[in-house]
Design a protein around this ligand. Structure first.
Ligand code: UGY
Ligand code: MN
Length: 253
């Protein structure tokens, strides 16, 4: 039997408050879900945490994934963080290599599988779509390296909008934000939108409310509405994270 490593409590970085959560992947125990095979399912956030969406990390082994197609009336976003995954959307199959992503609108069936040998790590975001007086968006797929990097506010940082920015038919944005070491936001943000953040690369200090948290690749952070937030990239490599944000809809009463 292996012995436990020393200092588990002293090294703990997991934190949960009513406004945010910081969750290193190692402590997010896996869930078993019906109609999945050879897949580790780690639920990062859900309405049980107070979020209006769910974000799940899937670690799909060879020939694993969803054993049949699903049609649950939700909208979905998939991002392949490592490996390769095949995603059926309706009648079409899309092979998504690392950096590949897809949006599945409500009303279309989907099925995610891994036919390759290496484990596929896929971020899965889902939520009920909030319909307005515009047609529901079409399904789309893309690849991180083909998405233009736009510079906002200050040098050394970039944004990649994986979904069409400013298109009111979408009620979510999923963006990649990149930071050269030593760069940071021009202000502490406090906004009504909530976030699910997955660290793709690098490291940095995250201000959440009044607390600083050191975060690095493969950490998950949930930010609730109005949670003060600020990122300061540290280390020697570029830091980048995948960021979900609810947008384009009026406040609810
Ligand atoms: O778009 C955003 O709200 C983004 N700047 N927030 C964040 O990275 N915490
Ligand atoms: Mn923000």
């Amino acid at each position: 039997m292996d012995k436990q490593p020393p200092g588990i409590f002293g090294h703990n970085r997991a934190a949960l408050t009513s406004h945010y959560a910081v969750m290193p992947a190692v402590g997010v125990l896996d869930s078993r879900l019906p109609n999945f095979s050879n897949t580790v399912v780690r639920v990062l956030t859900s309405p049980a945490m107070g979020a209006q969406f769910a974000q799940i990390l899937l670690e799909i082994g060879h020939d694993g994934g969803m054993t049949k197609s699903r049609d649950d009336g939700l909208e979905h976003f998939f991002y392949v963080a490592a490996g390769t995954a095949d995603l059926d959307i309706g009648e079409m199959t899309h092979t998504l290599a690392a950096g590949g992503y897809a949006y599945v609108p409500p009303g279309l069936s989907y099925r995610l599988r891994n036919r390759a040998d290496a484990v596929a790590k896929v971020i899965w975001i889902k939520r009920p779509y909030e319909k307005i007086d515009l047609p529901i968006p079409q399904a789309l797929t893309g690849q991180r390296k083909n998405v233009p990097k736009v510079n906002k506010h200050t040098t050394g940082r970039y944004w990649q909008h994986l979904l069409p920015a400013g298109d009111m038919a979408f009620d979510m944005e999923v963006n990649i934000l990149g930071f050269a070491p030593g760069t940071y936001f021009p202000c502490v943000e406090t906004h009504v939108m909530e976030h699910g953040l997955y660290m793709l690369e690098g490291q940095g200090m995250y201000l959440l409310g009044n607390d600083w948290h050191e975060c690095w690749a493969s950490d998950f952070v949930y930010m609730g509405p109005f949670c003060p937030q600020f990122f300061y990239a540290t280390g020697w490599e570029e830091a980048a994270y995948l960021l979900y944000k609810d947008v384009n809809r009026d406040v609810k009463f």
